[in-house]
Ligand binder design. Sequence first.
Ligand code: XIL
Length: 329
Amino acid sequence: MPTNFEKRLTADEINILTNQFDSVTPENCMKWHNLCPNENEYRFASVDRIFDLAAKNQQKIVGHTLIFNRDGNYPGWLFRDGIKEADAKLVWKRVEAHVEKLMTRYKGRVDSWDVLNEFVELHDPGFRVTDFTRVLGKDYPVRLFKLAAEIDPKAKLTYNDFAVENPKRRKAILTFLRSLRDKGCRIDVVGSQSHLEIGDNIGEQIDATLKEFAAEGIRCAFTELDVDVISRKLYWNPKTRAKAKQQNPYPNGCPAEILKQQAKVYRDVFEAVMANRKHVDRVTMWGITDRNSWLNNWPWKRVNHGLLFDRKSQPKPAFHAVAKVLSGG
Ligand code: XIL
């Protein structure tokens, strides 16, 4: 959920947040660069407000995220030491201090920590090369998970990534998590971000993913679910990216036919979830209504309609499709 939520959300949105969800994830304010833009200058106010509201509503809380292994998602100072680059010893000392500060402050209140976000890549060298991997080496996740387990033995520890269901990525992620476990790490949950789009036919892949991870003793969470109504496929191809960025087909509302296609994707997800519910930790929506969804800006600016509630906070066909599955209908 968004930073400064009291200012950014309407009364209807707060109502949805309070009554429709039993768990809450801070969307941005717990990320290191937002929480601590300058060394030793922590800005806990937004996180604290979210935690207070969640406690009042008896909602679980997800800590998102201790380390986000993607450029732009950590503060610049972390890798600097005056005029030179920080060495591994200094960076790890800062990682330890940060993880300890965050996990200790919210101990007993966080149900699950996204310990590491977006590490695995299919292309060489098999992980995303960032300042973290460059300075700390590719094995830093081992130290990170051990550290998290030591500080909070009771919180669930999650590895969170995108396209987890994709068979090739699933295999790579499974191999990565096995290697962490072989080295003594505790991983309780694998988080599938689930930024889906209409036309995705993902039911069988979710089913297989849930079963495969369950066989390893790892449950799955759907951590950031939304279903884009404007396909992103053209965007990922550099040759068609410019064309993709011109698309804004539904600025004044989403056609019924498209909403129906979207509802089908949501239904497929929840049917697979319900068929394997003992293997599922949770399903989290990435936002509350279409008005404040990140899909309006990522990966290009457009009017999007990816969530279960529209801009006026009204339930959409997707909401009814999900409700039907959840009620066994
Ligand atoms: C996104 C937020 O929704 C945006 O507001 C922000 O500008 C960028 O980050 N994977 C993640 C999330 O794990 O933290 C990202 O959240 C979306 C992709």
